[in-house]
Design a protein around this ligand. Structure first.
Ligand code: ZN
Length: 148
């Protein structure tokens, strides 16, 4: 049953999510039947099975729900952080908290979303990263560099 959804190609929900990020919009699906926000993007609401899902702009506010340091050789960039962020709207998403040492990310810290673009062998992919909210949430001037 699930494989039919997992192999959904073309303009599926993940593609739409990417398209919004590409325009600088962090949107999540909201189920019109039960009002729950949903992540990952999908075609059916995992809470009630409804399929009237609308893309809503979200605040980008969240808190660190769990955090892990992934060890990596210094020459490949050093250790990095993998965190599960609980968004203010409810869903949790796996991401990274940047601008802080990987092992200094603390559970419960307030974070703010930022859209970044990464290149991989399949091409460019837009991702949502997080910065600590208290580190100037209203004016992120260094959005990762490398633009150019
Ligand atoms: Zn629902």
């Amino acid at each position: 049953m699930q494989s039919a959804v997992d192999t959904f190609q073309g303009d599926g929900p993940d593609r739409e999510f990417q398209n919004y990020l590409g325009r600088g919009e962090f949107r999540l699906q909201q189920c019109q039947a039960c009002n729950e926000f949903i992540f990952y993007p999908r075609v059916l609401c995992p809470h009630c099975g409804g399929f009237d899902l609308q893309w809503r702009l979200v605040s980008g506010d969240g808190v660190v729900y769990s955090t892990t340091v992934v060890r990596r050789r210094e020459e490949k960039g050093g250790p990095y952080n993998v965190a599960i962020i609980e968004l203010a709207e409810g869903p949790r998403m796996m991401s990274r908290v940047e601008g802080i040492a990987a092992d200094k990310v603390a559970i419960g810290s307030a974070v703010k979303a930022r859209i970044a673009t990464e290149s991989d062998p399949q091409g460019e992919r837009h991702i949502v990263l997080f910065d600590l909210a208290e580190a100037g949430s209203s004016g992120v001037t260094n959005a990762g560099g490398g633009a150019g």
